[in-house]
Design a protein around this ligand. Structure first.
Ligand SMILES: [Zn+2]
Length: 91
């Protein structure tokens, strides 16, 4: 029963939505929407600064929907992080 108690169906559903949007974005876009340069899909997505990530045009904390395709675009990890820092600096 402890295993069942640890299972969080809402978190799992959110993760499924995130993976679905990511697959769509990675399948349809090849260039970073911020710097317009190619994003190499072979770079490690969890650590490499020039790897591919999904960025939201309107971030979640500004009311954007992270699961909406029209709000989601391919970005380099470093470009996404620099934009997020700049946006937060303005807030
Ligand atoms: Zn970029």
């Amino acid at each position: 029963m402890e295993q069942l108690a640890a299972f969080n169906p809402r978190a799992s559903l959110a993760e499924l939505h995130r993976l679905r949007i990511q697959a769509q974005v990675f399948g349809e876009e090849t260039d970073c929407w911020l710097c317009h340069r190619h994003a190499d899909p072979t770079y490690d997505g969890t650590t490499h600064p020039w790897s591919r990530t999904v960025d939201q045009t309107r971030p979640l904390w500004l009311g954007g929907n992270p699961y909406e395709r029209s709000n989601s675009h391919l970005a380099h990890r470093i470009c996404r992080d620099m934009r997020a820092a700049a946006l937060r600096g303005q807030a």
